[in-house]
Design a protein around this ligand. Structure first.
Ligand code: UT7
Length: 329
């Protein structure tokens, strides 16, 4: 009997209308368009600024797009996993809120927290449900409303991140399409370099935590940069090696969009020409769990059934990893 693989059979995505350009940021903090573009590759990012909106409002249009494209009844969905570090609330999970909003009343769901690697960790988890033979339709979402945890009065982080979400549908396949292999890594010592201090059980929200700006992202960019370049390049090269592949066998590299210089380094290490690398950081910035599925969403018309692609990520935790996928539609 041939093995069941988890094929990606549809992609949906959503970015908010509002664009926050580098020139807008020049008026808000001490920075310049030139600095941001040359150091990160970002020109603008999307921001969901309407009051009362949350990460689920980014994820719902992405899921609805999948349902529409596949002519699916939401009741057929077995499971929804939402990778995010900006859940609507601590609990219930954003996945539950999304299920309710789209009418996926038969789905179980939960959130997965692995920062910028969240989509890869969730994709690997969702694929295992399909491979088990027990579930037929799993939706994996990467969604983050990063503007909700950014301090727009200091220049370090607000120039990097944006809001966005995208999702994929996983279905069983008997012809070998879908997730082939995943190499996922974590290192808890990374917590010192990239975190949010306040609001958890260690430092619950208080007047003091608010005044100390402890609910915003803290990042030591230079240190994270060094770990990210090495982590993402090493894990991608290791994944290729253990599957006896070289860059020539890969149709597309789909890297997490944190910094153009990190993407360049990973592509070089894998021997991939830049024309075969999905890059949309200039338009969306770093949308954390959203970056990789948003690339798939943007490039879906150029992807061909059977293309071998590598998804690669590095993020807070530290967490990092790479996933090999044979494109399924
Ligand atoms: O996705 C999750 C994982 N996160 C990442 O992968 C992010 C990794 N880190 C990075 O992408 C980069 O480190 C940053 C984009 C965050 C910063 O770039 P950098 O080249 O590492 O800059 P830096 O922090 O070393 O700062 C260089 C200079 C400093 O000035 P001096 O000391 O040389 O005079 C900074 O004060 O640039 C200054 N600077 C800025 N100038 C204008 C820092 N931020 C800004 C800014 N605008 N926004």
């Amino acid at each position: 009997m041939s093995k069941i693989t988890a094929a990606i059979t549809a992609v949906g995505g959503y970015v908010p209308e509002t664009r926050l350009t580098n020139f807008d940021l020049e008026k808000m903090v001490d920075t310049s368009d030139e600095w941001i573009r040359t150091r990160t590759g970002i020109s603008e990012r999307r921001i969901m600024k309407e009051p009362g909106t949350a990460t689920s409002d980014l994820a719902v249009p992405a899921v609805l797009e999948i349902l529409r494209k596949k002519n699916l009844d939401p009741k057929e969905i077995d499971c929804i996993i939402c990778a995010t570090v900006t859940p609507d609330m601590f609990f219930p999970s954003t996945a539950n809120i999304v299920s309710d909003k789209v009418g996926a009343i038969n789905a179980f769901g939960y959130d997965l927290s692995a920062a910028c690697s969240g989509f890869l960790f969730a994709l690997t988890t969702g694929a295992a449900y399909i491979e088990s033979g027990r579930y037929k339709k799993v939706i994996v979402i990467g969604a983050d409303k990063m503007s909700s945890i950014l301090d727009y009065t200091e220049r370090n982080n607000c120039i990097i991140f944006g809001d966005g979400a995208a999702a994929v549908l996983l279905e069983p396949n008997m012809e070998g399409y879908g997730v082939q292999d995943s190499l996922l890594k974590s290192d808890g010592t990374g917590k010192d370099f990239l975190h949010i201090k306040g609001g958890g059980s260690l430092r619950p929200a208080s007047v003091e935590t608010v005044l100390a700006k402890d609910h915003f992202i803290y990042q030591e960019g230079k240190s994270v940069f060094k770990f990210a370049v090495k982590g993402m390049a090493d894990v991608s090269a290791e994944l290729l090696e253990r599957n006896n592949l070289t860059g020539d066998d890969i149709a597309w590299l789909v890297p997490h969009q944190a910094n153009l210089r990190i993407i360049d380094a990973t592509a070089k290490r894998m021997g991939m020409p830049i024309e075969k690398v999905m890059i949309n950081i200039s338009r969306y910035g770093n949308t954390t769990a959203g970056t990789i599925p948003l690339c798939l969403w943007d490039w879906q018309d150029q992807l061909k059934k059977g293309d071998t692609i590598v998804l690669a990520a590095f993020g807070g935790g530290f967490t990092w990893g790479a996933t090999l996928v044979k494109w399924g539609f």
